[in-house]
Each structure stands twice: as structure tokens, then as C-alpha cells.
Design a protein around this ligand. Structure first.
Ligand code: 4NP
Length: 159
């Protein structure tokens, strides 16, 4: 079972979309996985994803309504194999909490799946219109495809 965590600021826009997208992709190809998301700001803890994030995902057959926002904790280093930060603020915050080089090795920028080594951030759509959520959704979808490619390539190497 692979365990993946996505991290953003409020855990109501970017990371819940990534969570829903990747969970669905892994489910379709029957790869056992635990996919979760969390954030670093407490404003929305306990809330469902933003209505715009839910709408964009729902239009593509993905239901985000069951998620509730929560904060990142150091226990997440124990639980997850892969931790993806949406931008440099999350990456820096996660790295500050890492207790070992093994913890640090689990952490990367989401967009390094698409643009390796560039440490680019996923734009925060919160202050923007639905169109921005759609653009972010498509970018996350593409990044999740690359993640799945990497997992499949690794499992083929083991065979
Ligand atoms: P997210 O977007 O980090 O993608 O969930 C945000 C949601 C809420 C806030 C900031 C970013 N906020 O400041 O409330």
C-alpha cells in the first residue's frame, strides 16, 4: 500500500483536489493506496473543500465532499511515503518539522512531477474565479498522471 499526502495552505482548494484526483486514478488501476491532504493554516479546519474546488472536481466525476480540512502534523512523516507540497511556503514549513533525513526524503514539490527540479508552486486559486480552479485542476491532474507513471515504472522494475 502506498501512502501519499498533499499539503497546501487552507486544505480546502489545491491539496483536496490533488487528493481526489490521485485517489481516483489509483483506484481505477487497482493500486492499493491511502491518499490524504492537509494544510498549514487553521482558518478552515473541519470545513469541506471550497465549493469551487468541489464543482470543478464534480464536473469530472470526482466527489470531494467527504474531506474535512486538517493541519499537517509531525505524525504525518511516520504515516506517509510521499509528501507533496503545493508551493515553497508549504515545502519550507514541512522541512522545518522534519526530524530526520528519511523524513526530508519523502518531501517534494508537487510540480516537480511535471518540471523536475524547478521547485515551481501551484498558484493559489482561492482569490480567483472558477477558471483559475479549472486551470489548477488540470495542472494537478497532469502531475498525478506523472506520479502514477512513476509508481508503475517502479513496480515493473521490481518484477
Ligand atoms: P488552499 O487555498 O491552500 O489551496 O486550500 C487557500 C484557502 C484558504 C486560504 C488560503 C489559501 N485562506 O487564507 O483562508
Amino acid at each position: 500500500m502506498i501512502k501519499i499526502l498533499f499539503v497546501c495552505t487552507g486544505n480546502i482548494c489545491r491539496s483536496p483536489m490533488a487528493e481526489g484526483i490521485l485517489r481516483e486514478k489509483l483506484r481505477k488501476i487497482k493500486i492499493p493506496a491511502e491518499v490524504d491532504s492537509c494544510g498549514f493554516e487553521s482558518f478552515h479546519v473541519g470545513d469541506p473543500p471550497d465549493a469551487r474546488a468541489q464543482e470543478v472536481a464534480r464536473n469530472r466525476g470526482i466527489d470531494l465532499s467527504g474531506h474535512r480540512a486538517r493541519l499537517f502534523t509531525t505524525a504525518d512523516f511516520e504515516k506517509f511515503d510521499y509528501i507533496y507540497a503545493m508551493d515553497s511556503s508549504h515545502f519550507t514549513n514541512i522541512m522545518k518539522l522534519a526530524g530526520s533525513s528519511a523524513d526530508k526524503a519523502k518531501v517534494d514539490y508537487m510540480l516537480n512531477l511535471l518540471y523536475p527540479g524547478q521547485n515551481l508552486g501551484v498558484t493559489d486559486p482561492w482569490y480567483h474565479q472558477l477558471k483559475a480552479f479549472e486551470q489548477v485542476y488540470l495542472q494537478l491532474d497532469e502531475a498525478c498522471d506523472r506520479f502514477v507513471d512513476q509508481i508503475l515504472a517502479r513496480s515493473n522494475q521490481k518484477k
